[in-house]
Design a binder for this molecule. Sequence first.
Ligand code: UFG
Length: 320
Amino acid sequence: MKLLVTGGAGYVGSVCAARLVESGHEVVVLDDLSTGHADAVPDGVRLVEAGIDDAIGGVLAEGFDGVLHFAAKSLVGESMQDPAKYWQGNVVTSLRLLDAMREHGTPRLVFSSTAATYGEPEQVPIAETAPTRPTNTYGATKLAIDHAITSYAAAHGLAAVSLRYFNVAGAYGRFGERHGVETHLIPIVLQVASGRRDRVQVYGDDWPTDDGTCIRDYIHVVDLADAHLRALEHATAGEHRIYNLGNGLGFSVKQVIDACREVTGHPIPADVAPRRAGDPAVLVASSEKARAELGWKPERVDLAGIVRDAWDFTRSQQGA
Ligand code: UFG
């Protein structure tokens, strides 16, 4: 298929673009490089360096079989301080994309949604039938886009799949996580191991979990990317399907830090800090629906293996 990957110079987008190319698809990346990196675009892939608002009509006029839409603002804290940036940058921009797809007859869409659409869960593991009550603006904007996609699919025959990511981690060779502002646990801990940061703060050790720290579901970015390929194959005209993507395994913040110590051999000093606003105690996915309907199964579930891939990437970035 000929596929447009928005945000293909970012972390998840670049890994997906690489896997799509390896699977024989023709890929074009549209990215304004506001948070992405031109050198993260896989070899042989054309980069259109522009925003969706400015360029989407012209690009889709070339004719594409589908769009994988990763481009987004994705910092939870920032979304609370500057909501306009998220409503504008995520919702308005995605509506522009949907309208351009309709205008140019682009038949398929795979959208990067998030576990943040659910908010504080009543039950874990979280299934797609769980109530969606986002506790932050980031999650609210992604949920709004999911609703828009549902109506476009029903009214205009779009074949759409939203994938709700839990905690994406790991790397794929030279494609990995390098955010200007880093807020995610594993890259922060690895910054300590690589000497770029002195210590890590553990946001609360009085949560109602076995070791008192928050539990999350860390999914390897390659497993996540492979779910996108399957989603493309299974997308059906007029339907909007939604799938949670996680390992179904929860690891605590302390377990993650211990795994990083084991993999890097660094002592990684850690201090207990106050809880971070908006953090739920436990977020673990049920990916039963993705397994049953997409035939997808995460293959890289070992936490140390996920951390090792992220660590190899971190070191390659430092030329170490
Ligand atoms: N944490 C620390 N110290 C840090 C950073 C994080 O203790 O320096 C803790 C957090 O409190 C949390 C866990 O590590 O308990 C994981 O935090 P991340 O920031 O890595 O990830 P989140 O679970 O907050 O966020 C992820 C995605 C978001 C998405 C959210 C869904 O990164 O994009 O899941 O709830 F919105």
